[in-house]
Design a protein around this ligand. Sequence first.
Ligand code: NAD
Length: 448
Amino acid sequence: VLMIGDEPYPPYLRPPLSKELWRRKDDRVKAMLSPLGDMRRNSWLFVEPDSFFIEPRRLHLADTGGVSLWKGRRVIALDIADKRVTLDSGDRIEYGKCLLATGGRPRTLPVFDAAAAQSPEVAARTAYFRNIDDFQSLRNKANQAKSVIVIGGGFLGCELAVSLTEVAKKTGLEVHQVFKESGTLAHVLPPHLSEHTSKFIAQSGVAQYPGERVTSVDWDSAAGQVKVGLSSGRSLSADLCLVAVGIEANTQLAESAGLEIDPGDGGFLVNAELEARADLYAAGDACSYYDVLLGRRRVEHVNHAEESGAVAGRNMASEPADPDRKRSTYQHQSSFWCNLANTLAWDAVGLVDSRLETQSFFAMPPPASDDGAAGSDTAEDYQYPGVVFYLKAGRVVGILLWNLTDEIFQDKKAFAPSRLNLARKVLAERQLADPAALQALAREFDVY
Ligand code: NAD
């Protein structure tokens, strides 16, 4: 197996970059980010130590096969008919099977692009965030800055705004967060939980500007700061701007290869076996796949990346001449999570989209009695455990487990299936969404 990637690092997990790494001491962070030495001992960030990979030019000599990694290389063209990729170095490599796992890149905002093109000062003070280099750069700049504006109220905007308050504790950094919705994570959470999340982020020390879009960006040379105009007419100035307004799938190779792109969500179009064309597969953020249970989707979370990669890999490795060959269908309902604090942590499975109808069930203090002192949407403060069902055409299509971590569940009931697996089972059974059934289901999740 030959892996080609344009990053200078061996494969690593991205989730800690916006969360845990901000809570570690400098020397730990340095050790964790080093792919050298005993990586397994120093870091859980990297998927494999450097020594796992065979030197590419020796790969054909490895009797039992193996994996080689070409880092810092870009594939610029893909020829499906000749089964060949072309690298930026001009090298061409033939393949038997090829997997496109090209991920995504941060979306930019035209108003920032235009200002950065005019002003090198704005360009130097505008940050996007995706990889290890972005983490190191933001950390260095945030340590030097007095103020930062985070633009975006999604996963990254919220996690980084809270993480930047760790820097604020040491340096007094002012953290501002601008987002167009009325609450944070509003694209995912129902309004009451979005409001609760906003309240928590504000209490962590982040000044929030909901319902605002960025209308202008200028360099204020007198103040030596970036001046950001907002749709309400107000303006904010800061030393640093972090733009976190979503990602676009990296599908640039589609053009040379003549591949079909999902016209709605972007991403290489693949079937339920993750196949785009004969001997060509796509997985992770970059693919729009056919989910046989929930319909066509593109998912941007790490569990999906891992599980879809595993299915694509299995299908690619199965022997084509084998008459019993059965390709695996990607049926795993991937989960994702957000952990802003011990009392603000959730996991979710399925279609978790706030545009859908939802029903929420929360345990309320004092502890709910058997006849259920719990109900929907009455908690003033959602620090208590809860479950939210997302409904479509009378069925449960998504489940969010609020402050209900699997670890707690496992401790309480030995051998109990994890709540996430229970959620997957509920989706697979196409549970009907009538209120009594949902109330009973909430009990099964041990909300009370
Ligand atoms: P996101 O899709 O979660 O949120 C994008 C945010 O940008 C939304 O608030 C949206 O309204 C806003 N936005 C979009 N266009 C805008 C515009 N023109 N002006 C102002 N605001 C605009 O994406 P993200 O927060 O940037 O995260 C990047 C990627 O990283 C995503 O794929 C995300 O799923 C992933 N991520 C996931 C986690 C997690 O699962 N816990 C954590 C961090 C990042």
